[in-house]
Design a binder for this molecule. Structure first.
Ligand SMILES: [Zn+2]
Length: 406
């Protein structure tokens, strides 16, 4: 991902680091072959470890998506909130290791086994950072501390928690990075959003926010009506003056454009003006597309081509196992290839690797195969009916297979 594909290429690894990338003959001239174990992989392609730009690992123990394909988004939220309340109750009944901790560790392991090198994680209070540092998966993590709510009496505690999270130095700062996440326009009050924004600006930290995920969200913000009104009433946080048109998606995007990095999660229903606004900030604004979650909710066609036409940095995420059967970015890339046949495998490969790394504000070597960097390599074997010999043409065909090389 630092140059053109290399035919008959090889990657030399010593310990955990890549020491050379290039033509097999040249590498074996530079490094006496007798000192290396050589693995001949065949007619496949070595690609960098995947970057999963958006997930919620705390739901990694959910066996299958909640609800059914095409479920109304607000009904799905009811299910996820119910599940959280039930597992909290279960937790208080037992003294075992928290199921949330186990889910996070399982999610990290699953991600690693699916070839993921870096993730953009949305984490909620109470946070136990040991879940990330002790998992022994060596996954680079940008951990966005999520905040939500509409009760001003909680804001001082929320401010203290976020400020303290952003200022900690443990765990290892070379693999663990911090960020903030106001959840979504329907779940975060204007006051709380401004508070998170101000703390994030002071800490110069990246911010991730779910925006324009559903048409119902737009209806709530623009007209103060729709499915979300009933949901917020049920949760006892409905206040009609909250949605009098003052909070708007362009307004939020404008605010986020001032942050170190702003990751717009989903953006399924962003309009042209909003896409232009994001495109005007190519250095620090990105969008995370979660293709199979998008399919699960049966949303309208994703505005991917409009984003790419505007040169918006689009990366891929799995979202959580509450709306996706697994945490496999290769499968997300295959979904993109199937849904957008006009896209080149190269564009999709970038979305699954370096675009995610840029969106999360991670070191630029992540999502690449680079000398003197930790090796995180995946191997993609070609489909059985290989019709083309160009090494990257078939990368994300449905019968291609990805195997992590560890
Ligand atoms: Zn999400």
């Amino acid at each position: 991902m630092k140059g053109e594909p290399i035919e008959n290429g090889a990657v030399a690894v010593v310990g955990r680091d890549v020491v050379a990338v290039g033509d097999f003959k040249k590498i074996t001239r530079d490094f006496p072959i007798s000192t290396f174990d050589v693995t001949e992989l065949g007619d496949g392609t070595i690609v960098p470890g995947w970057v999963n730009a958006h997930t919620h690992l705390e739901f990694s123990d959910i066996e299958e998506p909640l609800g059914f394909p095409g479920i109304k988004f607000t009904d799905w939220i009811r299910k996820i909130v119910k599940r959280r309340i039930e597992s909290n109750r279960l937790e208080s009944d037992t003294n075992s290791v928290s199921s949330k901790s186990l889910a996070i560790r399982c999610g990290l392991l699953e991600s690693k086994q699916a070839g993921t090198w870096a993730i953009g994680e949305i984490a909620t209070a109470p946070l136990d950072l040991n879940d990330y540092s002790e998992a022994d998966c060596q996954i680079v993590t940008r951990c966005f501390f999520e905040q939500l709510g509409r009760d001003p009496s909680n804001y001082p505690t929320q401010a203290t928690e976020l400020t303290s999270f952003l200022s900690q130095t443990q765990p290892d700062h070379s693999t663990f990075f911090r960020g903030a996440s106001p959840h979504a326009p329907y779940s975060v009050s204007e006051l709380l959003f401004n508070q998170i924004q101000s703390i994030s600006l002071t800490a110069a930290t990246p911010v991730a926010m779910h925006i324009a995920e559903t048409l119902e969200e737009r209806e709530l913000l623009e007209k103060g009506s729709g499915d979300f009104v009933d949901l917020l009433k049920e949760f006892g946080i409905w206040n009609p003056t909250d949605f009098n048109g003052e909070i708007s998606i362009p307004g939020i995007l404008n605010q986020l454009s001032k942050t170190e990095h702003a990751l717009i999660v989903h953006g399924n229903y962003l309009n042209d003006i909003e896409l232009d606004l994001i495109a005007a900030h190519p250095q620090n604004m990105s969008v995370a597309f979660c293709p199979r979650t998008h399919r699960f909710f049966q949303h309208s066609l994703y505005p991917l081509q409009k984003m790419l036409n505007r040169k918006i940095n689009v990366c891929l995420g799995t979202d959580s196992r509450a709306s996706n059967p697994d945490l496999n970015i290769f499968k997300e890339a295959q979904e993109v290839a199937a849904s957008f046949p006009a896209l080149s495998p190269k564009e999709i490969l970038e979305m699954a690797t370096i675009n995610g790394s840029k969106a999360l504000g991670l070191p630029s070597c992540i999502g690449t195969i680079s000398e003197n960097q930790t090796a995180s390599l995946n191997y993609i074997s070609p489909p059985a009916n290989l019709r083309t010999h160009h090494p990257t043409d078939w990368l994300f065909e449905q019968t291609s297979q990805c195997v992590p090389l560890h």
